[in-house]
Write a protein that binds this ligand. Structure first.
Ligand code: CAA
Length: 259
């Protein structure tokens, strides 16, 4: 990755680590950054050596939102014709391997929305979440009103979105927005270790588990249960199911081959 890249990538074991890298702008999200993030995620998703991805920022900011300087003069026709937000923000929805957001510092506006587009959030104890768009005369535009409401319920979502206040890591965990809260210095290691655990399982089962959980947000309970059951049944066609269960019965570690 070149020195001035807005997104840095590296691999740690079977984990693809993606670092948002506009520290002076608190990782404000512009087109260049979102294009680079989408490309990095797609590349890791296609790499057979990688089983899971972690997206992170700096100690101070995961991302402080969409880049206000790039948005300030935007018109409706321009934002509509260029498909502002959808064009390069929803690339993440196509990623099939798990994506963990390791959030340190600010995750505001589009930064909070980006974290919520990941499969789960590991938060540092200094994390601050919020949807402050209302203070700018707009509303969240990358899923904030929808994903935050599904994650924390109507009361907290209305509170955060209508006042623009920030919520700290403990409140976010209590509210169901984040999976774990970790001391700042350990946050990235914890997220990478979690990703390595996921990368160690049979990939078909991991992809199907992610797909099935996401289905819960798109379907009725009976349709979701039917979807889950078909995926569950299909996994009995894999060699890894035979291996996983044989290993348990033989009291040894399984050797998964992703087949
Ligand atoms: N866009 C562009 N630049 C930003 C930015 C953003 N969202 N957030 C911070 N920056 C820039 C600041 O302008 C500042 O630049 P300069 O040094 O050139 O002045 C630099 O980052 C450091 O920021 P501060 O000096 O403000 O740092 P702070 O520690 O005093 O405050 C903060 C931190 C509370 C996060 C504050 O920066 C802030 O409120 N940022 C804006 C948050 C926001 O409103 N986000 C929502 C954007 S709208 C959106 O995201 C729409 C959507 O739904 C997609």
């Amino acid at each position: 990755t070149p020195d001035d890249a807005v997104v840095l990538t590296e691999t740690r074991g079977h984990v693809g680590l993606i670092t948002l890298n506009r520290p002076k702008q608190l990782n404000a999200l512009n087109d260049a950054l979102m294009d680079a993030l989408g490309a990095a995620l797609k590349a890791f998703d296609a790499d057979p050596a990688i089983g899971c991805m972690v997206v992170t920022g700096s100690d101070k900011a995961f991302a402080a939102g969409a880049d206000i300087s790039a948005m300030a003069k935007k018109t409706f026709p321009a934002s509509y014709t260029e498909d502002f937000i959808t064009r390069n923000w929803e690339a993440m929805m196509q990623i099939r391997k798990p994506v963990i957001a390791a959030v340190r510092g600010f995750a505001l506006g589009g930064g909070c929305e980006l974290a919520m587009m990941c499969d789960l959030i590991v938060a540092a104890d200094n994390a601050q979440f919020g949807q402050p768009e209302i203070k700018l005369g707009i509303i969240p535009g990358a899923g904030g009103t929808q994903r935050l409401t599904r994650a924390v319920g109507k009361a907290k979502a209305m509170d955060l979105i209508l006042t623009g206040r920030m919520m700290d890591a403990l409140e976010a965990e209590r509210s169901g927005l984040v999976a774990r809260v970790v001391p700042l210095q350990q946050t990235l290691d914890e997220a990478v270790a979690m990703a390595e655990t996921m990368a160690g399982f049979s990939q078909p089962s991991v992809l199907m588990a992610k797909e099935s959980v996401n289905r819960a947000f798109e379907s009725s309970l009976s349709e979701g249960l039917r979807f889950e059951r078909r995926l569950f049944q299909s996994l009995f066609a894999t060699a890894d199911q035979k291996e996983g269960m044989a290993a348990f019965l033989e009291k040894r570690k399984p050797l998964f081959t992703n087949k």
